[in-house]
Ligand binder design. Structure first.
Ligand code: RRO
Length: 304
């Protein structure tokens, strides 16, 4: 059997498959369910300092090639997340706390609190494409990406990953900024800015208008982002965007991802997905002749 175990920033994972932020991560129960169903680790829904209701419905549109969402950062706030974290940590696998904030100082405060709730690592959400004042508005600027990452790194001991937006001229520049800020890894990509228009109502379908596109349709964009980041930065990459088969994961790993995250593929509550992905990746590796995931990382670049 090929070796699926990988290590990222000192965190041991039994396979490269991680639950991505946003789809099942709002409650501890759903995170624990994903971990018990075979996810090697999980990223929480993005949590802020205060509770937020998020945008009004409709917040999700199903498309033939994925999903469009404008949830609007709904979350119970860090104080309301304590019990969820306890439940999420119960299966004994790594839990990565995703956080969002408006400034470096707020990010640092939240990072300390997420660490004290037991998170094994942090994922800084610098990339939500459709909530003003947060996410991509901060994360499109390399200078701010570096400053926020540096501030958080000075505030916690656990590894810090930075989730990057594809809605930018050069995602590799953002990855380099995160690296210079001391990041332990980057997650690429968050959703791609997009929208749906209702012909009947002659207005955007999402209440917020614009949203973020995810699922199979964004896979080429995610792959390209991972490939470009691998060419310029030296840090580990967590690949995400349209992964719904072992083959998709293998492609991301060859492009340069050390691990991958799965989100939209779980939207229909297919709890068996993680075991299926492991089986499929294992079979592909056996067929091609790879003995470990580690030796596959970045192979599409002709060696590094
Ligand atoms: O909550 C959201 O609307 C959301 C977030 Br925080 C994000 O990072 N990416 C996304 O597509 N939606």
């Amino acid at each position: 059997m090929p070796e699926l175990a990988v290590e990222i920033a000192g965190i041991e994972l039994e396979s490269p498959f991680i639950l991505a932020s946003g789809v099942w991560g709002e409650t501890g129960a759903t995170i624990a369910r994903a971990l018990r169903a075979g996810a090697a680790a999980a990223v929480t829904k993005s949590i802020g300092l205060e509770p937020r209701a998020g945008h009004p419905n409709p917040t999700v549109v199903e498309l033939p090639t994925g999903l469009l969402n404008a949830m609007g950062l709904p979350n119970p706030g860090i104080d309301g997340y304590k019990e969820e974290m306890e439940e999420a940590l119960a299966p004994g696998k790594p839990v990565i706390g995703s956080i969002f904030a408006k400034s470096a100082a707020e990010f640092s405060e939240l990072a300390r609190r997420m660490e004290s709730l037991g998170a094994h690592a942090l994922e800084l959400n610098l990339s939500c494409p459709h909530v003003s004042g947060y996410g991509a508005e901060l994360g499109q600027l390399p200078s701010l990406t570096r400053r926020i990452t540096g501030a958080v790194k000075n505030s916690v001991r656990i590894p810090v990953f930075v989730k990057l937006t594809p809605n930018t001229a050069s995602i590799a520049r953002l990855a380099l900024a995160a690296e210079r800020g001391g990041a332990d890894g980057v997650t690429a990509i968050n959703t791609v800015r997009g929208m749906a228009v209702s012909l009947e109502l002659a207005r955007p379908v999402l209440s917020h208008g614009r949203g973020g596109y995810s699922g199979p349709g964004v896979k080429p964009i995610g792959l390209c982002a991972v490939y470009e980041i691998f060419e310029s930065a030296r840090l580990p990459i967590l690949g995400v965007g349209g992964i719904s088969s072992g083959r998709d994961a293998a492609e991301y790993i060859l492009a340069g991802a050390s691990a991958v995250q799965v989100g939209t593929a779980l939207y229909k509550n297919r709890v068996g997905v993680f075991r299926e992905l492991r089986r499929q990746l294992s079979r592909i590796m056996t067929d091609i002749g790879y003995s470990s995931v580690r030796e596959m990382v970045g192979r599409a670049h002709g060696g590094r």
